[in-house]
Structure formats: C-alpha cells, structure tokens
Design a protein around this ligand. Sequence first.
Ligand code: 13P
Ligand code: SF4
Length: 363
Amino acid sequence: MNKIVDVEYERPATCDTRHAWASIPEEPDQERRAELKHLIREALRARNAVLVSHYYVHPDLQDLAEETGGLVADSLEMARFGKRHAATTLVVAGVRFMGETAKILSNDKTVLMPELDANCSLDLGCPVEAFSTFCDAHPDRTVVVYANTSAAVKARSDWVVTSSCAVDIVRHLHQQGQKILWAPDKHLGQYVQSQTGADMLLWRGSCVVHDEFKVQELAALKAQHPDARVLVHPESPAEVIALADMVGSTSGILKAAATLPARTFIVATDNGMMHKLRRLNPDKTFLEAPTAGSSATCRSCAHCPWMAMNGLENLLAVLQDGMNRVEVPAGLAARARVPIERMLDFTAGQGGASGLVPHIGAA
Ligand code: 13P
Ligand code: SF4
C-alpha cells in the first residue's frame, strides 16, 4: 500500500497556504527488488529507452540509471543529456518539471515518468495566471525563472536557469544593465542577488524541503564537528547559507565533497544526495544538516515527498504499458523551448556550468 503524505506549501500570489499530496510507494522486499531490477533492465532494452534520474530519487533508481547507460544528475545535466541521447524513449525519474523539460527539448522522443503527479512546491506555488499578472506589471524587467516551474511559466519567461547556472546568467544580464524579475524561489533569488548585486524583484515561493533547514541547530552541529565543512543548496534560507563553506547545486555539492580538504561534511540538501556522496567518497563522513529542531513533522524530514514517489514498481509499470507519457502542447513547447535553449547555449559557451558557486561562508 502506498503511503499518502499531505504537504503544505506557500502560494505567494494569494498569500495563503495550500495542501498537496504525495503518494509514496512501499519498499519491495529483497527478492522482489532483484526481480524488478532485472525486469526493468530488460524493458529498457526492449523499448530503446534510457533512464535519467535526479540525485534525490531512491538509490535503487539511481543505481539502475547508471548501470544501464543512463544518468544520475542535477536538473541542468538531466536536460542536456536527454536532448542529446539517441534513445527513442526517455524515462525521467524525478519530478514533473524535469519530465516537461525533457519533452520540450526532445519533442520527437517519448518521455515517460513513473509518476506524473510528482510535483514541486515551487512549481505549485507559481501558477501561470498570477505569474503573468506579476510580469505584466513590470514590463521593464527581464523575466528569469528557475527550472522548477511549469512549461507555461517557462513560456512566459526570457530565461530559464537552474541552481548551477543562476548566478552566472543573472550576473551576465546585470552586466548588460538589465533589471530582473525572478521566480519562484525566494531564497535562491535572494542568494543570486547577494552574489551579483543585480536589481531583482522576487516572487516569494519556497521549497518545502530546503526551507526547513534550521540555523541554530546547524550551528550546534558545526560546533560539535569543528573540522567539518558545510555544503548548502541555495534553496535554503539565507541564515543557513551564511554558515556554508560552499553553496551550490546538487552537482556542485558533489564536486565540493570530492575536492575540499576535509574528512567530514554537513550537507544541507535533500538526503537522497547521501547515496551518491557516500558511494563516491567512502572514506569521508557525511552528516545531514538538521531540519526540525524540537518540532519534527513529516514536512521536515529532508526528503522531497514528490521525488519519493518514484519507485521500482511504478518504473517497471510505465516501461511495460507505455503509460504516464509527458505531453506538452506543441505551441507551448515551442515558446518554452526558447528560454531553456538560451540557458543551454549560455552554459555550453562556458564549457557547461560547474554547479559550484565560489562562496566562502563563516567557516
Ligand atoms: P538541482 O538543479 O540542483 O538539481 O536542484 C533541483 C531541485 O529540485 C532541488 O531541490
Ligand atoms: Fe521542488 Fe524542493 Fe522537491 Fe526540489 S526538493 S523538487 S525544489 S519540492
């Protein structure tokens, strides 16, 4: 039986709190896991399909993606990989905006997702009608949106960015004298503003996972581990970022863990990242940054409820029956493709975004 989780998120345009749900599959037992993995490998081959997975999904799906010639990556690399790959079917294990981006960039391919209802609080908190009204009120501003948005919001934008290239792209626009309208993540927006000095008007959305990291508890953990380095995803609150030794996207966090001269790291991002971090750095210790203080709720478990919707059973089901196709109407896709391609061209011109933001915090 799936576990149904109620998730509270902010809807900034109407200043209210809404509820969404996530349906989290039960873990199969060892025998069924092995059987499912075997069947998935065969089904991927039979369909000429490739599995593209985000770092936050279940370790089994991450491992399968790599074993079968697919990819485990951040949202920027996922988009680039899917577009270039020769497979005729892309299976995206992540959340809805990642599937939509894959479809927008690869209209000729079939794009499947284990769960089409795997959403994101940033996407849910930025409905296109309210967002368009916001844009219409500020026609003098260049519209920059985070990839964690719907196809319709992307289509209303001038630029799409991910956390691995947001600082570089906004800096570039600022150097050209442009003023920015930014959506939807307020913490990432504030961070980008602090790094670039750009004039940015912010939509005030947040990520239900990263918004929960707690500064006092993080400071206490840091005091217990004085040699540890703190790695923070920039969707976290500013006071948490202020304690970071490095701020960056999921790929940036991986690079920092491999290169910074420390044995212990405190990591403020979804704990799905721990699988890859520990696998690639078996001699290092990774601690989860605290989320809950004394008021633990499901919301503060440091794991995205929508990423958790991806499992082996629903992955096999979509490969077998071809259901859960991501569709984006052609006209909308054509408009949304422009700002996404702009981001891909910009980052390709830089040799690909590093994911690393050279921020040295209070350490
Ligand atoms: P990345 O762009 O770092 O993969 O982050 C996507 C995301 O949803 C983080 O919460
Ligand atoms: Fe969205 Fe946060 Fe989940 Fe990332 S972790 S997909 S930003 S809700």
